[in-house]
Ligand binder design. Structure first.
Ligand code: XMP
Length: 193
């Protein structure tokens, strides 16, 4: 896998140190009552698992399947909720976790839904935020790292379902995007959760 990576942007040790600090910020900001953590699958899985084990709070974990990318490196702009049931959040303190804040459409859509479902308060954490103008008005209270506006993989983030298990965040070689090992073109219609 390392051969497919052009550059490592954030290595494992740096991520771990930042997660220590983010966990303390979260514990400080949330009241003592039990909070509900909503993890957006699959991208936030690795980040959430490492972050939440550092948060010294009683919490409940829920997962949401939301699709916004459809196999390639560009957001479709459309956000689909794929689960039959939405977690019970009425009157609850919610921490929403995603891998990356890009156009902002995903977090905006989930925020709206959480508000409609009656969440008492919602705070958002992302491992990465792209340094760009968002397509919609949304912010995250907890941001691990700000990265440039380029497609990144690793630490939960994928390309065509791969590279999520890289222990660092990096940029793929252009040749891998042009000719992925799956043999599928970049326009593959598979849902990239
Ligand atoms: P939006 O544009 O809605 O995007 O903020 C959020 C979702 O899009 C995916 N995403 C990426 N996935 N590398 C990835 O592997 C990237 O650079 C990237 N940018 C956005 C991701 O699933 C995120 O939750």
């Amino acid at each position: 896998m390392r051969n497919d990576i052009e550059r490592v942007l954030i290595d494992e040790a740096v991520i771990e140190k930042r997660l220590d600090a983010m966990a303390m910020e979260i514990a400080r900001d949330f009241p003592e009552e039990t909070l509900v953590v909503i993890i957006l699958l699959k991208g936030a899985l690795v980040f959430a698992a490492d972050l939440l084990r550092r948060v010294p709070r009683v919490l409940e974990i829920e997962c949401l399947n939301v699709a916004s990318y459809h196999g390639g490196t560009e957001s479709t702009g459309k956000v689909d909720f794929l689960d039959r049931h939405f977690p019970a959040v009425r009157g609850r303190q919610v921490l929403l976790l995603d891998d990356i804040l890009d156009t902002g459409r995903t977090l905006h859509a989930v925020h709206e839904r959480l508000r409609d479902e009656g969440a008492a308060a919602v705070r958002t954490g992302v491992l990465l935020a792209k340094d760009k103008t968002r397509a919609v008005d949304v912010t995250a209270e907890y941001v691990g790292f700000v990265v440039g506006d380029e497609f990144v993989v690793g630490y939960g983030l994928d390309y065509l379902g791969r590279y999520r298990n890289l222990p660092y965040v990096g940029v793929l070689k252009a040749a891998v995007i042009e000719c992925p090992r799956t043999g599928q073109p970049d326009t593959a219609e598979s849902v990239n959760l």
